[in-house]
Design a binder for this molecule. Structure first.
Ligand code: SAM
Length: 350
């Protein structure tokens, strides 16, 4: 008896989550004459099986709070609601989609909140209920970020969010919030690339340093309307409790950027850009000696632990000579005299 009561309760609960019959997203797009705007790189996914697969790849969204970025006409939005998210906020830049999203809002009651805004500047510090917050080293909070954004936004956005993860700010004030985002397939492959492979690049180290990264599956370009020239990778990110390089975001970013400046040369060639010309040779030698890294490895051959040791060696130099942090080889902003004493000092401490 008890089990049939609980089954009935479960049935009622799942019926409450089901959306009432609605016209399909593609019919609504036609009805509202919504043409994809090329300048906004809009490509819509109308196949409910695929949108449902994207949402399932997040892990369980049931009873979780979700923020979807770039909902467009709302096909992924529907899948998130149908899979039982307790609450969903969508952030969309293009006001033409508001009537469609409001239709969904009417269908699901208070579970959906529609925000017109730019995700690149949107602050999620107060977006979720306080009681969802978890300690950074505790359980993953019941919060998910999901998005099928234009490719030109997706990569700058993940870099911005990695910085926020490093500072435990924005959505990551609530703990290690998971993200499931789409990228051009080649970019997704770079994000998970291991040392030595042709795809290994700056983005591989940046993503893998602050998150565990999983390329869940690939969606063929033909599944989108209009069809993009490339296939699309769905990537899941879980922030690490401790980054593999536990140093300031901008310092790590700078070292990785410089090292990868000359992909096919010895990595010491790019690393030398961290130092003014007059002291370059000695400093880079010291950095590799202290870091115990072979300077003749190519940038794409270096492991994250090797980057960790190089970053720590560079951080120690910056600590001794803070003006070094402001040196930018491309702009040669600082005068050499800022570093006058550096070699002498490094000589004394080696
Ligand atoms: N999610 C929908 C789908 O899968 O069919 C739409 C995907 S379309 C590739 C990207 C969506 O992101 C568009 O609706 C576009 O207007 C929106 N968008 C683009 N830049 C944005 C930004 N900076 N902030 C919020 N939304 C943005």
């Amino acid at each position: 008896m008890a089990s049939s009561t609980s089954m009935a309760a479960k049935h009622l609960a799942s019926a409450a989550l089901r959306l009432p019959p609605l016209p399909s997203t593609s019919d609504l797009v036609k009805l509202y004459k919504l043409r994809a705007i090329k300048q906004l790189s809009q490509n819509f996914l109308m196949d409910a099986k695929l949108t449902s697969k994207i949402v399932r790849s997040c892990g369980r969204v049931r009873r979780c709070h979700v923020c979807e970025v770039g909902p467009g006409p709302g096909s992924i939005t529907r899948s998130i609601l149908e899979q039982g998210a307790e609450h969903l906020t969508v952030i969309e830049k293009d006001p033409r989609f508001l009537p469609l999203l409001e239709l969904l809002q009417e269908a699901c009651g208070k579970r959906l909140d529609v925000q017109l805004g730019d995700v690149m500047t949107y602050n999620m510090e107060k977006l979720f209920p306080e009681d969802l917050a978890q300690p950074w080293d505790g359980q993953l909070p019941k919060i998910h970020l999901i998005g099928n954004l234009p490719f030109n936004i997706a990569t700058p956005l993940i870099i911005r969010w990695l910085k926020d993860i490093s500072l435990q700010q924005n959505a990551w004030r609530y703990g290690r919030v998971r993200m499931t985002l789409t990228f051009q397939r080649e970019v997704a492959e770079r994000m998970i690339a291991l040392p030595g492979g042709p795809q290994r690049c700056r983005l591989s180290i940046m993503c893998q340093n602050w998150c565990t990264v999983d390329h869940k599956f690939t969606i063929p370009g033909r599944a989108f309307v209009p069809k993009p020239d490339v296939d699309v990778g769905v990537v899941h990110f879980v922030p690490r409790i401790e980054p593999q390089i536990p140093l300031d975001f901008w310092l790590v970013e700078k070292v990785i950027r410089c090292v990868f400046s000359f992909r096919q040369k010895y990595s010491k060639r790019g690393a030398s850009l961290l130092f003014p010309l007059s002291i370059r040779e000695e400093m880079v030698k010291k950095m590799y000696t202290v870091g115990d890294v072979d300077p003749t490895l190519k940038p794409y051959e270096l492991t994250v632990p090797e980057f960790n040791r190089l970053c720590h060696a560079y951080a120690a130099m910056v600590e001794r000579t803070p003006s070094l942090a402001r040196f930018n080889a491309r702009e040669q902003k600082l005068s050499i005299c800022d570093f006058d004493n550096l070699l002498e000092y490094e000589g004394q401490t080696s």
